[in-house]
Design a binder for this molecule. Structure first.
Ligand SMILES: Cc1cc2nc3c(=O)[nH]c(=O)nc-3n(C[C@H](O)[C@H](O)[C@H](O)COP(=O)(O)OP(=O)(O)OC[C@H]3O[C@@H](n4cnc5c(N)ncnc54)[C@H](O)[C@@H]3O)c2cc1C
Ligand SMILES: NC(=O)c1ccc[n+]([C@@H]2O[C@H](COP(=O)([O-])OP(=O)(O)OC[C@H]3O[C@@H](n4cnc5c(N)ncnc54)[C@H](O)[C@@H]3O)[C@@H](O)[C@H]2O)c1
Length: 468
């Protein structure tokens, strides 16, 4: 007589319900694991509730206003200056969208059998997490493995405390009664650039205080230059090489003290000076997880921390703060935990987009990596203005740039600056991930006329003729 051996389901506890956490939870539950997800605020995390979804929905309104305002250049006659941004309606719409998406994700998780516990988590030991629930109860959850996906929070300056009325961090922007007359944005990283672009397009006056020489430090310099020109033409007042020393309230506005000695006044101020990882209250020291000086959790390419059985994904790890990266790291962790085939995370394949106007999309090897001398590439760039469809649409700025590995001709990176660059980048992203040759891109049919025709045209310029 044979006895049936019952193999227990692997159990995984996930701390954080953002893209790093919920994607991992979905994959793990589909693979049959026993999954508990702990979240202290709302399912979908900051990505859905306060960061990506609200900001991109705000930008969709701003971009629509831009298109209406520029319609006279295409021969349409109306009084474009009466296109008014009703910020209350815009905010109401974006908050509803965020909350609906959070609810969709919650339902999806529950339908897949994920147990959701709302509360604040911290480690007791490497297999046991304690949760203080919303109701004030304390529950201990034991599991084989734990995935930390707790994200990050806005960094604060001691001399500039956000009050949610006139001085904001990026999470507090969506409860305004009227459009800011003059928004002073502090910080010229991706967050600062996106909001400066959005509020200008919605109709606010915008001043951008940038501590650096150029906008978007770390991004492609040609792309940053396009944005600087667009900002300059559209009247965004960029104050470069200057730090905000402090921000105070004045009657009906704010005053931002500058490191250059002067000050700038506006009706409102947005602080976009980076983020700090949500790791300080997790009790990581209890279990010996290694963190960096900035508090980010150290992980390897399969999302393992220094402690066996404890994984981490997303913004708490400090690798490229992107929702797509968080989700990928979460999925990689689960595949590794459950013994499935794992493709380690590769920074050289990541695609990202800056939702300014025009958008700036990037994939793979960057200009900084090329300049460091680590990669030998040929590169070619064609301005969008030479594209037939761009002329019809009156698109005058932007470009397509491709990096091809010198010698082999494989596509290893690229940059597209154009309207909807976030969608146009996909063929380049596919080329990078699948190691396609520039000739593969060049020989693939594109639509005439189309903006993506320039992607193929740049690839054609990188074609190397056989030597006879
Ligand atoms: C303004 C803005 C716009 C952005 N736009 C984009 C974009 O367009 N595209 C893009 O790819 N990326 C964008 N990002 C980056 C993106 O938001 C992050 O990379 C993404 O949210 C990271 O996901 P995550 O799962 O690591 O963390 P989060 O989304 O921050 O989720 C972490 C969750 O963990 C919870 N948590 C933390 N500590 C605990 C605890 N102790 N117990 C229980 N729960 C806890 C938090 O409440 C939170 O809900 C943007 C960022 C900002 C600031
Ligand atoms: N579209 C997207 O995918 C998107 C959008 C927003 C943010 N993000 C991600 O979020 C991460 C954080 O971006 P971020 O822009 O919030 O932070 P960041 O750290 O990249 O940029 C903050 C900037 O503020 C500057 N700064 C700091 N203190 C200052 C001061 N006192 N005065 C003036 N400037 C000051 C810093 O020098 C820095 O350039 C990025 O990695 C980005 O990828 C992505």
């Amino acid at each position: 007589m044979s006895t049936l051996e019952i193999v227990p389901r692997p159990s995984i506890t996930i701390i954080g319900g953002g893209p790093g956490g919920y994607e991992a939870a979905l994959v793990a539950s589909k693979f049959g694991a026993d999954v508990t997800l702990i979240e202290r605020n709302g399912i979908g995390g900051s990505a859905v509730l306060t960061d990506v979804v609200p900001s991109k929905t705000l930008i969709a309104s701003a971009d629509s206003r831009r298109r209406v305002m520029s319609a006279p250049s295409l021969g349409l006659e109306f009084d474009a200056h009466s296109v008014k941004s009703n910020i209350e309606l815009i905010d109401r719409r974006l908050l509803r969208l965020a909350s609906d998406q959070s609810e969709d994700i919650r339902r999806g998780l529950q339908a897949n059998g994920v147990r959701i516990v709302m509360g604040q988590a911290r480690f007791v030991d490497r297999h046991v997490v304690e949760v203080k629930t919303m109701e004030g109860d304390v529950e201990e959850i034991s599991s084989d493995t734990v995935l930390i996906a707790t994200g990050a929070s806005p960094r604060e300056l001691p001399t500039a405390k956000p009050d949610g009325e006139r001085i904001f961090n990026w999470k507090q922007l969506y409860a305004m009664n009227e459009l800011p007359e003059h928004m002073v944005v502090v910080g010229s990283g991706v967050t600062g650039a996106e909001f400066a672009s959005a509020y200008q397009l919605l109709g606010s006056n915008v001043t951008l205080v940038s501590s650096r020489e150029t906008l978007l430090p770390g991004e492609d310099p040609d792309a940053a230059q396009v944005l600087e020109e667009v900002f300059s033409e559209s009247g965004v007042n960029v104050i470069s090489r200057t730090r905000a020393e402090g921000v105070t309230r004045i009657p009906n506005g704010v005053r931002v003290e500058l490191s250059s000695g002067g000050y700038v006044e506006g009706s409102h101020c947005l602080l976009a000076v980076g983020g700090i990882p949500n790791t300080a209250e997790l009790g990581l020291a209890n279990i010996g997880v290694d963190v960096t000086e900035t508090g980010h959790i150290k992980i390897d390419a399969v999302s393992r921390t220094s402690v066996p059985g404890v994984y981490a994904a997303g913004d708490c790890t400090g690798r490229l703060a992107l929702a797509s990266v968080a989700a990928m790291q979460g999925r990689i962790a689960v595949n590794h935990i459950l013994g499935d085939v794992v493709k380690p995370f590769s920074r050289n394949q990541v695609a990202s987009n800056i939702f300014t106007s025009p958008e700036i999309a990037t994939v793979g090897i960057t200009d900084a990596m090329v300049k460091s001398g680590d990669y030998q590439v040929d590169e070619y760039m064609i301005p969008m203005a030479s594209n037939a469809r761009a002329k019809m649409m009156n698109v005058t700025e932007g470009f397509v740039k491709i990096f091809a590995r010198r010698g082999s001709g494989h596509v290893v990176g690229g940059v597209i600056v154009a309207p909807r660059a976030s969608d146009l980048i996909y063929p380049l992203s596919l080329a990078v991930s699948q190691k396609l040759h520039v000739d593969d891109l060049a020989e693939t049919f594109t639509i005439y006329p189309s903006l993506s025709g320039t992607v193929a045209e740049v690839a054609r310029q990188l074609h190397k003729r056989e030597q006879f």
